[in-house]
Design a protein around this ligand. Structure first.
Ligand code: PLP
Length: 382
């Protein structure tokens, strides 16, 4: 072991980096495919190198594919999903705009906080955590609030519920508002048809359904969203995430804005290529098959699931902690003794559920078997 002095008073004993190998079955990050890690190890080129610009074009095409959109403004934001979330809000909200947010979990609340910070007149509709909004409920809320933007979370990672979006875009057009959707835990794992559903602004992340390390996050804006952006009376209040500046780097002009996280873009490109190689529909089907296997296996242990079957996510399952079991202690033992990470509950569901993710590369029968075997041992042995 090497002793390194970092100043006169402090000496550190430092070895080259070594981290435990975990099976990441929580709410994200998920494990990274080895081919993605290898791509990330490729030495960086410059952020204006023609080879890199070509790779950015590939990322754009692949993102349009996984999102099923033709939006020309489809890019990756440098930062995690929250940065891409903030990009949608910062660019679409002008002070005084009414923004209606559907809140049925932790990430709905985050959208409320963010929109408020950008000066929106925020209105909410709420549901108990684990439930979804019906089209009728959304229509009534649009009639009442007449918002400029309706924001919904497609895959609420804090609850495991999938918000159906069919028909919502048509309603938004009828009421003259934009539809903003969080697809952080759905992209790559849950069927999404952005254009067919009439979604105007969407964002995601790299480290969940796409099975890539965190740090490069998909963002897309429809023509209607771009028009609202062009008609702004005030500048976007966030320089780093200003889409009109970012689009000059991603578009034809190729103007420097900030240094792209080169190696993360390598990783994202490779993760997206793997989805395309598998085929998007096959990828969705794999997530569905494996999660059904998980549900059956958990139920065979006597556990019960929190969300009604029809609205359960293929990427994230909330399972109730049985009476008399210390949920935190069990997760700690899963991590320490079995190297398996799962998540605990947030907000209304804290102490009530565990959250199990089967995302991207981790959506495999083998991951389910390992987890269920460990859970069986820990629950029986408690
Ligand atoms: C994870 C997550 C986010 C935030 O993404 P980060 O990459 O953690 O910044 C936003 N929305 C949902 C639904 C998420 O699951």
């Amino acid at each position: 072991m090497q002793t390194i002095s970092i100043n006169n008073s402090q000496k550190l004993q430092l070895q080259p980096l070594e981290m435990p190998q975990r099976l990441l079955l929580g709410p994200g990050p998920s494990n990274t495919h080895t081919e993605v890690l290898q791509a990330m190890n490729t030495p960086p080129v410059g952020h204006l190198d023609p080879a890199f610009l070509a790779l950015m074009d590939e990322i754009q095409s692949l993102l349009r594919y996984v999102w099923q959109t033709e939006n020309s403004l489809t890019i990756a934001v440098s930062g995690t999903g929250t940065a891409a979330m903030e990009a949608t809000i910062a660019n679409s909200v002008e002070p005084g705009d009414v923004v209606l947010v559907g809140v049925a979990g932790y990430f709905g609340d985050r959208l409320v906080d963010m929109a408020g910070r950008y000066g929106a007149d925020v209105r909410t509709i709420t549901k108990p955590w684990g439930q979804i909004f019906t089209l009728q409920e959304l229509q009534t809320a649009l009639e009442t609030h007449r918002p400029a933007i309706l924001a919904l979370v497609h895959a609420e990672t804090s609850t495991g519920a999938r918000q159906p979006l069919e028909g919502v875009g048509d309603l938004c057009r009828e009421f003259g508002c934009l539809l903003l959707v969080d697809t952080v835990t759905s992209l790559g794992g849950v069927p999404i048809f952005l254009d067919q559903w009439g979604v105007d602004l969407a964002y995601s992340c790299s480290q969940k359904g796409l099975g890539c390390p965190p740090g490069a996050s998909p963002l897309t804006l429809s023509q209607r969203a771009m028009e609202k952006l062009q008609q702004r009376r005030t500048k976007v209040k966030n320089w780093y995430l200003d889409v009109s500046l970012l689009s000059k780097y991603w578009g034809k002009e190729r103007v420097y804005h900030h240094t792209a996280p080169i190696n993360l873009y390598y990783a994202l490109r490779e993760a997206l290529r793997l989805v395309a190689e598998e085929g998007l529909e096959n990828c969705w089907q794999r997530h569905q098959n494996n999660v059904e296997y998980l549900w059956e296996s958990l139920e065979s242990l006597g556990l019960s699931l929190h969300v009604e079957r029809e609205f359960r996510l293929p990427t994230l399952t909330t399972v109730r902690i049985p009476e008399g079991v210390d949920g935190k202690a069990l997760s700690r033992r899963l991590l320490n003794e079995y190297n398996i990470e799962i998540g605990g509950g947030l907000g209304e569901l804290a102490g009530i559920v565990w959250r199990i993710g089967l995302m991207g590369y981790n959506s495999r029968q083998e991951s389910v078997d390992k987890l269920v075997e460990a859970l069986r041992a820990l629950l029986v042995g408690k």
